[in-house]
Design a protein around this ligand. Sequence first.
Ligand code: MLT
Length: 328
Amino acid sequence: MSRFARRALFALAALVPFGLGRPAAADSFPSRTITVVVPFAAGGPTDTVTRLVAESMGRDLGQTVVVENAGGAGGTIGAQRVAQAKPDGYTLLLHHIGMATTPTLYRRLAYDPVGGFETIGLVTEVPMTLIAKKDFPATTLAEAVKVIRRDQEKLNYANAGIGAASHLCGLLLMKAVDAPMTTVPFRGTGPAMQEVLAGRIDLMCDQTTNTTEQINSGAVKVFTVTTPERLPALPNVPTSTEAGLPEFQVGIWHGLYAPKGTPAEVTARLSQALQVALRDPKLIARFAELGTTPVAQEMATPAAHRKFWLADIAKWKPIIQAAGQYAD
Ligand code: MLT
């Protein structure tokens, strides 16, 4: 090797400790607005969680983090948008348990529902509540079960599409009650809630981040929470075990994702900002009002998120296959 080449190599090696050996993109990230895609309509539980997280992450990142709603097809339209986005850290996805059910429920997707994403970190696990229109002819879960078994398809049940949390919760409910209802899909449970409030939808199972305030104001009826313990935000609402349906339990975990190929330094910086957001007292207080809490800090990392996600895909696969209900 010539003297000149050796000198150039040593000069380059000397720069590495100053991070200059890394891709320039990672060093200057973020240098502009970041978009977080919510795969459901505005005003729903996923949107609510995302807006709180985005605002807090933006403060740590020193950049605006905007939320873009891309609803439809149980969240797969929004997920595809991010899977096919440039892997530069400026287009992210905040999605929930649907990321664990989609790989089995949807057999002909235009994107890879697992291989298309880098994980950044888990965010929160939100309880579900079974709610009904204000004049639904039942006060307790036992009475509601009797009405569902009596009226069956005459009742309409709202969800946000196949693979949505509201869809999964409905499957668990109809299995536990052993009676079908007519399912009405929406682009998100934000719009669906408007139909429950208007009395045009009979029942919906939705996350506390969308139902707590409607329940506490008396605008809708509530029969149970799908958690083993009662919730501080809804202390008078019985658990499904207390209400006689112990098998009716489900928690909706949420995670933050980037397109496959996003540099590890970039996902690490985003995970750092997510962890700061989940320690934000304002966010923690608002989550508590809405019946949920942030995940532990160690779960808001790319590795912990990926391990949890892959295990949940494996958990739901046989359940969905046994039910034989697919989206396509
Ligand atoms: C769902 O899966 O039901 C979603 O949470 C609905 C939504 O966020 O709008």
